[in-house]
Design a protein around this ligand. Structure first.
Ligand SMILES: [Zn+2]
Length: 183
């Protein structure tokens, strides 16, 4: 399994290659990317690489991705306890969503505490409506950073399905055995 440092290097290398390719394509007018879209992609890719790595499922111990949160790293300990290493957290579609959902929960809790402590507190709001052109680079950047991690870990896209299929199979075998015993 690659270390956190190796994962970072792989992602940085992939980002460099992609940026160069995007630059060449937009110079030849084959691709149009606005500066905001480029920034969104970069921010989401960096967040996915450094702050929301799949290896946060190890956050109940010492792990690189927890360290990037500084003193806030302890906030990820429950996530590490909740998710088995390389289980659902390392699946291609749901895995990245578990970290976003957990982060949303953390933010909701923190905002709730802040609001009750300081009722007149003015917090930044998200401008509405958000266009697809704004969101898409964020989603792409985040998911790409996650998938590069999973590829480096040698995890296939059907990881989650295979995992649940195996569990289902084991359960069916158990039921069959129980039934056979009853006969
Ligand atoms: Zn991993």
């Amino acid at each position: 399994m690659p270390s956190g440092r190796v994962h970072n290097l792989i992602n940085i290398a992939a980002y460099s290659v992609l940026s160069a390719a995007a630059l060449v394509l937009s110079r030849q007018e084959l691709l149009t990317i606005t500066p905001v879209q480029a920034l969104n992609f970069t921010l989401a890719f960096a967040a996915g690489t450094f702050l929301l790595s799949p290896d946060l499922d190890l956050a109940d111990g010492h792990v690189n991705s927890k360290r990037y949160w500084g003193w806030l790293g302890f906030l990820w300990v429950p996530y590490g306890k909740l998710f088995k290493h390389r289980g659902l957290s390392h699946s291609w579609v749901l895995g990245p969503l578990t970290r976003l959902a957990y982060l949303a929960l953390l933010i909701t809790l923190i905002v709730g505490v802040l609001r009750s402590a300081v009722p007149d507190l003015i917090l930044p709001t998200i401008p509405q409506p958000i266009s697809l052109k704004f969101i898409l680079p964020l989603v792409l950047g985040y998911y790409l950073s996650q998938w590069l991690h999973l590829i480096a870990d040698g995890i296939r896209p059907d990881h989650g399905f295979r995992h649940s299929a195996k569990q289902l199979q084991a359960r069916q075998v158990k039921v069959r055995r129980l039934r056979a015993r009853r006969r």
